[in-house]
Design a protein around this ligand. Sequence first.
Ligand code: DGJ
Length: 728
Amino acid sequence: MRRILLFLLFITPAVLSHAITDPYICVNTDNTCIILHINEDNRLMFMHYGLKVGDTGQYTGYNSYRRIDYGTDPMAYPTRGGRFYNEPALSVKYSDNDVNTELEYISHTISDIRPGVTQTSIIMQDPKTSLEVRLVYISYSKEDVIVAHTEITNKGNKEVTLENYASSAINIKAGKYLLTHFHGAWASEMQLAQEVLTHGTKIIDNKMGVRTTHTENPSFLLSLDTENFNENHGEVIAGALAWSGNYKLAFQVDEFERLSILCGINPYNSTYPLRKGQTFTTPDMIWTFSSAGAGQASRNLHNWARNYGIYSKGKMAPTLLNSWEGAYFDFTTPVLTGMIDDAANMGLEMFVLDDGWFGTDFPRNSNQQGLGDWQLNTKKIPEGISYLADYAHHKGLKFGIWIEPEMVNPKSNLARKHPEWVVKSEGRQVTTTRNQWILDLCNPQVQDFVFNVFDETMKLAINKIDYIKWDCNRHVESLGSAYLKNQSEFYINYIQGLYSVLKRIREKYPNVIVQSCSSGGGRVDYGALGYFDEVWTSDNTEGLSRIFIQYGTNMIYPACTTGSHVSAVPSHQTNNVTPLKFRFDIAAAGRLGMELQPKAMTTEEYQFAQKAIASYRTYRDLVENGDLYRLISPYDGNHYALMYVSKDKNRAVVFAYCIKYQGRTKTPLVRMYGLDKNKSYKVTELNTTAPSFWGDTKTFSGEWLINQGMNPQLVKLYDSGIWYLQAE
Ligand code: DGJ
């Protein structure tokens, strides 16, 4: 093989020069690197992920002291086969029943994609079967983020079956591994779960097909050499998979105390045939490494997301009033125009008409019927959507509307006309959830239909619809596609079908703001965010629940993506009654909106809302584009506090909340780690006439605010405050 490489060197010097002169491949960011090694057997081995190590020449003579006849050193992309016996990234079955794959290094290239972004692409091949694997790492220097994916090409003559095909693998060694991941359910998404990994394999996965992020999220943080989660200190790896379907993240601590992490599509009922010449491209896996605690790991992901990862790229979001919790299905034009009037009076910037506006033969007056029939219900809105959009625009508001194009109610014309479009297994009962079925997005005709739902909705008010809320309210059961021959392709083809529709939509409507909603936070992932501007973080809009949901979600996804609305009390989800100020103060830590009937507010509440919205608009840029510092964890006791700081550290906004009564004298200590210790800041509390901090409107040094900290008198349950900091 070495001789072949030398021969090839003469014909393609640019491609192979790295391989011949240096057996180490470094994927670098400003502070971190992945180092891979082409060993004597031409295998690509994983050496390091972490802070930079300097000259790779220092590895010369490296010895892992493993027995060479037992236990393979960590591979860059471990395959089932040869001596490897742990969880593989790739398992393939070949036509002759061989189940082994042993990849050998062929070549690699390193190229600059744009300033600060470099692509390293490594080709390997199984010599027996000619299966080719291309590992692609795109490194984002400033953000310290590396995005990895894998391309698997069948260069043999016969079809092969992919059984397991992870996006990316890393392998590290530390004394302890504290895994932070997210679990939940509808209305309680992204709750923190933390555990020190022990020997064996911990798996975080989802098999629900769509709406895959209520229960777990394809993301995590991993604190190294500690049992304690620390925001500001220590080494932390964070990862997130950009895929909206079934996923699997596997963490295996082996007998050498090394941790192998494999992330990718869940192989659950997903053996994938790869025909001769065909390539399968896995989703992206986003990695970051921080040596300054979990806070920096989140900020790295957020910076990457705003610069590259999310459709909106950090574009400012309009504040809004959504009709759902204020009107549900029960509205007519005057109800909606009344809401638009109030939204404008309160200083909001957009009105969004939620579910219930469509269905003629089966009017959508409840969730029992009408999904699929996207014709306007003229009994409710005889004047048309265009009229409502104009009405909003004349009041200075943008206008948005809700759709759920992937779904159908059995009671609809669509279900009667196209029963073959429904996901179902012939001869079995077709289950409903929320009285609805799923349309089979594997089928190109359904893809066209879904595209047209968006397109036709936009045409209801040409050039007047500024925002679409795209909902998705059930997961996959009774799996079956009338279109597919091989049902094990369903889970993948569905999501690829969804992404291809979204791509078409984005080509036609690049500037419409589109929200990914899926019964709240059921589709919160970086795959979706490549097409959507924001997510509906949760259907739970109650203030206390929102603290935990937003705390978890914003560990991975920046606040510029997380919609957060003020709703009425008692909460429709939890029955809890919290003060309006508390509800505003938590909603204002994300993309602020309201979701209630303003006519039901008292004059005092209305006036408070006007002030809170006006003040939000003065610091919104910090929430959306500033650096997030988590100051007090809501899991640690009585309080929660966070801050967003401008990149130049001249402005900041601080939020703090009392979430548990423990005694009148138990004030929080809010140490503002995000500030510059050499600057001075004027501290002003917003949205109150009774400041809770004795130093209100005084100027403090950054050093004082970081090292001494503010002790606001937030001691009663649901006391809360927002402070604006301006460097002087
Ligand atoms: C579920 C969403 O999460 C809600 O916000 C609302 O849009 C309803 N669907 C409408 O049916």
